[in-house]
Design a protein around this ligand. Structure first.
Ligand code: IMP
Ligand code: MG
Length: 181
């Protein structure tokens, strides 16, 4: 299946599942080799997009670790504004913990900035960031990303956990929006 139609848009395969497998393996190796990471590291997987990446990565981590899942949700109620997000799902004490954030993709970096700010207020001993995909042309923040799987062009993609309006997360390969203009 080289192309797929989701809602009103067409997408073409751009990163195959074999390539993704290699990228995740390399990331896991880099994390395993990083001697600053201790046995009690807590991975924080950012839902929804990171669920497949996190599952594939974690099975290749060779030290004792924990994982928990967080979500950035829009505020509900009268104060609601499209841009204001709230971090939900922190169920454990993060004080003094070594954290590695697992992101599916870093685009502008807005999400990452919000995450790091929120998590820092819980006083972990360290926050590292691992992202499967990174769009360098779109990134507008200064936060250093510790582990980057693959840098990609500034195009809209779906698959391997990433969606277009809810669809496409189940696709094993990654697809890029076909520009029909
Ligand atoms: P940022 O805050 O602009 O860095 O965007 C990060 C979030 O936007 C990611 O965690 C994704 O959920 C979503 N996102 C960014 N780029 C894409 C894309 O190309 N396809 C699907 N989702 C994306
Ligand atoms: Mg995401």
């Amino acid at each position: 299946m080289d192309t797929v139609k989701l809602h009103d848009k067409h997408f073409r395969v751009s990163i195959t599942k074999e390539q993704l497998g290699d990228v995740v393996k390399k990331l896991a190796n880099d994390i395993n080799d990083d001697n600053q990471i201790a046995d009690d590291t807590l991975f924080l997987s950012i839902l929804n997009g990171s669920f497949i990446f996190s599952a594939d990565l974690l099975r290749q981590i060779s030290f004792h670790c924990s994982i928990s899942f967080l979500k950035l949700a829009s505020y509900e109620g009268t104060e609601s504004s499209g841009d204001v997000k709230q971090l939900i799902g922190i169920n454990e004490n993060l004080e003094g913990r070594k954290i590695i954030i697992l992101e599916d993709i870093v685009d502008t970096g807005k999400t990452l900035e919000k995450l790091v700010k929120e998590l820092s207020s819980h006083n972990p001993s360290d926050i590292k960031i691992a992202t499967l995909l990174y769009k360098p042309e779109a990134y507008k923040k200064d936060i250093e990303i510790d582990y980057i799987g693959l840098s990609i062009p500034n195009d809209f993609i779906v698959g391997y956990g990433l969606d277009y309006d809810g669809l496409g997360r189940n696709l094993p390969d990654i697809y890029t929006l076909i520009d029909e203009s």
